[in-house]
Design a binder for this molecule. Structure first.
Ligand SMILES: Cc1cc2nc3c(=O)[nH]c(=O)nc-3n(C[C@H](O)[C@H](O)[C@H](O)COP(=O)(O)O)c2cc1C
Length: 175
């Protein structure tokens, strides 16, 4: 799939088939994640893949933003101690969440390329998810990604178009 096609065609999928996602495909999504850029190449991320139905249900219970019944989810986590050690306050407060978002976008695009549907989830209880996943002290879930074979792909929500300026904010291009 062309990059442009992946960027334009990916949608947030919230309705999944009752069909598991093979382990190899989930590993490929994490492989895509680790090739994302990270500030100072810090790579302070960790990815917890959840496929056990009971464990998924526990996560879902504390994640109001997780809609539908995905057969898999990936918790994109950051080791905040390591992020602080490598990048100070900037590393912990800014680089860590940005890096997690970069890795997440790679997961979304790689999944779309494989025919899988995904949805980013920020609406979840961080502490509860950390406990359920057994995250060590200092490792925090930044985003969840639900993963599965799409049952329904929604139409693209409209995009704002007036978001570009040239040279200075509000300027039109000169030619
Ligand atoms: C940081 C972030 C948090 C999001 N959190 C949720 C969420 O908790 N639940 C959900 O259903 N969708 C969530 N979304 C998906 C957005 O609603 C979705 O990306 C947006 O409506 C645009 O649709 P599209 O992804 O199909 O282009 C989130 C997206 C981002 C980037």
């Amino acid at each position: 799939m062309e990059v442009w096609e992946a960027i334009r065609g990916r949608r947030s999928v919230r309705s999944f088939q009752d069909r598991p996602v093979e382990r190899g495909l989930l590993e490929r999504l994490v492989e895509a994640a680790i090739w994302a850029p990270s500030g100072g190449n810090a790579q302070t991320w960790h990815f917890v893949v959840v496929t056990d139905p009971e464990q998924l249900q526990r996560v879902k219970t504390v994640s109001p933003g997780m809609l539908g019944d995905p057969p898999a989810a990936i918790a994109v986590c950051q080791d905040m101690n390591e992020a602080r050690r490598k990048g100070g306050e900037l590393g912990a407060k800014f680089l860590a969440p940005v890096d997690a978002a970069m890795a997440t976008q790679n997961i979304l695009l790689a999944a779309h390329d494989l025919g899988l549907g995904t949805c980013v989830i920020a609406s979840f209880h961080k502490g509860a998810v950390a406990r359920i996943l057994g995250l060590p002290e200092g490792v925090e879930p930044v985003l969840l990604v639900s993963v599965g074979w799409p049952a329904r792909v929604p139409p693209p929500p409209p995009r704002k178009k007036d978001v570009i300026s040239w040279e200075r904010y509000g300027n039109e291009p000169s030619t």
